[in-house]
Design a protein around this ligand. Structure first.
Ligand code: SF4
Length: 254
């Protein structure tokens, strides 16, 4: 099914122009109404509704982590040409980069774009690649938040793979929400870990190669550690620090 074939899905009353500057929450787009309309929708219906509401002006963002295959497979079923933005922070595991390429080939995604930190800013603020230890918030700002803001520049809306079950800070995320001047779609919000595993099994999706070695959540190499049985799946992220999010889902337009 392509975005143009989504007529059987819930139609949206929100007419958006297909070009021009970002049009999101700040432009009168009724985010709450669309969220309410999609409250009992399936994840692929949320994706299709997002593509229909923002034709040519919406992108997905993926870390190509352990659960990313689910969202990416669903997107590929709706429209393989959906832009997918990937941030290569410079500190990623080789396995994640290989997994990205595996999923692109397996799913037939045609518009996966990799973004990097600004090299000039890197040289000025993290010349020894040690900022992650000294100031992880600044490091995430430099290597994730700024590149994502740059990558999302042309888009009025974005799709991401956050789930409510992942953390208390994500327990209330809606399907559609305001994100500064953009609209953010969370089509997997209501899915649990078992739903994701069942979906990956049902579609024989390849798994991140590090998952089997005790890494249920994978980010940058310096800030990801193995998780012991019984621990929270994200316990290995920024272990020993109070930090729980990289910042791309916090703040205006991030
Ligand atoms: S996760 Fe760690 S290494 Fe990656 S950008 Fe954030 S602080 Fe830096």
């Amino acid at each position: 099914m392509t975005a143009s074939q989504s007529a059987s899905l819930p139609s949206t009353p929100f007419d958006q122009p297909s070009s021009g500057p970002p049009l999101g929450a700040g432009s009168g787009f009724d985010v709450a109404a669309l969220d309410a309309k999609l409250r009992s929708a399936a994840p692929m219906e949320v994706i299709a509704a997002g593509l229909a509401a923002f034709p040519g002006r919406i992108a997905a963002v993926s870390s190509f982590g352990t659960e990313s295959a689910v969202l990416l497979h669903m997107i590929s079923q709706v429209d393989k040409a959906t832009p997918v933005l990937f941030l290569d922070t410079g500190h990623l595991f080789e396995e994640t980069l290989a997994y990205r390429d595996t999923l692109i080939a397996r799913l037939g995604l045609t518009q996966v774009h990799t973004f990097h930190p600004d090299p000039v800013a890197l040289a000025a603020r993290d010349p020894e690649n040690g900022l992650w230890s000294d100031d992880p918030d600044a490091c995430c700002g430099l290597r994730k938040v700024e590149p994502l803001a740059r990558a999302l520049g042309p888009y009025a809306a974005w799709i991401n793979g956050r789930k409510r079950y992942q953390a208390s800070t994500r327990a209330d995320i809606p399907f559609v929400e305001e994100d500064g001047t953009r609209v953010k779609f969370n089509p997997l919000a209501a899915l649990g870990r078992d739903d994701l595993l069942a979906y990956m099994d049902a579609h024989a999706l390849p798994r991140h190669p590090m998952e089997q070695f005790g890494f249920p959540s994978i980010g940058c190499m310096p800030c990801t550690s193995r998780v012991k049985p019984g621990e929270d799946p994200r316990a290995g992220r920024w272990r020993g620090k109070s930090k729980t999010e990289c910042g791309i889902h916090i703040g205006d337009g991030k």
